[in-house]
Design a protein around this ligand. Structure first.
Ligand SMILES: [Zn+2]
Length: 344
């Protein structure tokens, strides 16, 4: 079969790789119907040292079960399923706590011995715990929105949930990428009435307004924070959802949150130090968030997609074939595309 390989910064290739087969009785084989490129894929795409052997990439996909191990129950060949961006048994103590990202028997996609999602098929370890059945047909118009349950919409939701967003909280979302826009949609879904979106790409912030943002702040840094404070009577917002991952973004989060407020951080951090000084202690700020246990949220969020209440798949603004995946990376890295959908 063919799959996407990353050989180094800027070097993505689609190549012939061995066909996946069942290895453990807990595995399933999934033929990929939809996959996509994640903002977090752009970090290795921008910086990975060149390698001879390359590595598999991609961690968001949905597809059809083609073969299934003897220990997998509740799923069958022919089922249409979505996979969260880590695999997990969904039974251990961490999973029971809703922290499938810390599963004792789980792991990541695209690491040695495990397929990546940006290919024609994937061997899914711990299939029973990992995969969630989708009650739609292969040609459903909902597939792109259902694919966001794999990562991006669940990640935005996680930022909002960990920050405690609800009807009485004001929200600042930092970042107008696909995660930031998902966080806006999630905050709106959880009842937030005031949602300030910080971003400077008009086409993206326009979608953010449609997702529920009440105000857009195009300024960045100290100027952006000042604008947030102006819009909130000088105090900042109860919650800040940090969806970028840079040091500037976490500094802006700390500056824009109201005293006693909560920062839900889901941007993949590209920094190792952040200001946690005496001044921040005096303000009683909570820093939370982290990697989203998407598996814990899928069943809760899916009905709103199935009945059309939300359309998180609108973050996809370009579709490519498997052959065109390298162009998809270039388009996302060059900010020409917000999020790229792959149809193998
Ligand atoms: Zn587990």
């Amino acid at each position: 079969m063919r799959a996407t390989m990353l050989y180094g910064a800027g070097d993505v290739r689609v190549e012939e790789v061995p066909d996946p087969t069942l290895r453990e009785p807990t595995d399933a084989l999934v033929r990929v119907l939809r996959s996509c490129i994640c903002g977090s894929d752009l970090w290795p795409y921008g910086s990975m040292p060149a390698t001879e052997q390359g590595r598999r990439i991609g961690h968001e996909f949905l597809g059809v079960i083609e073969d299934i191990g003897s220990d997998v129950s509740g799923l069958a060949v022919g089922d249409l399923v979505v996979a969260p961006f880590v695999w997990a048994d969904n039974t251990c103590d961490f999973c029971a706590q809703g922290l499938q990202t810390s599963c004792r028997h789980g792991g990541q996609w695209g690491v040695p011995g495990v397929d990546g999602g940006q290919g024609e098929a994937v061997r899914v370890p711990q299939a029973q715990g990992t995969l969630v059945k989708l009650p739609v047909a292969e040609d459903s118009a909902l597939l792109s929105s259902l694919l966001t349950l794999s990562d991006v919409f669940c990640t935005g939701h996680h930022a909002a949930v960990t920050a405690g967003v609800g009807p009485r909280t004001t929200v600042t979302v930092i970042g107008d990428g696909a995660v930031g826009l998902s966080a806006v949609l999630a905050a709106k879904r959880l009842g937030a009435e005031r949602i300030l979106l910080m971003g400077r790409h008009k086409d993206r912030t326009d979608l953010g307004r449609e997702f529920g943002a009440t105000d857009v702040v195009a300024e960045r840094g100290a100027e952006g924070v000042e604008r947030v404070r102006e819009l909130t009577g000088g105090d900042g917002t109860h919650t800040v959802l940090e969806c970028v991952g840079t040091r500037q973004a976490i500094e802006m989060s700390i500056a824009a949150v109201r005293d006693g407020g909560v920062i839900g951080r889901v941007g993949a951090p590209q920094y190792t130090e952040a200001p946690m000084d005496f001044g921040t202690v005096m303000r009683n700020i909570t820093l939370t968030g982290g990697v989203a246990p998407a598996r814990a949220y899928i069943e809760e969020l899916m009905p709103d997609i199935l009945d059309g209440t939300i359309e998180p798949g609108r973050v996809f603004d370009r579709t490519v074939s498997l052959d065109e995946v390298p162009d998809g990376y270039r388009a996302m890295a060059g900010r020409e595309a917000l999020k790229v959908l792959i149809r193998p």
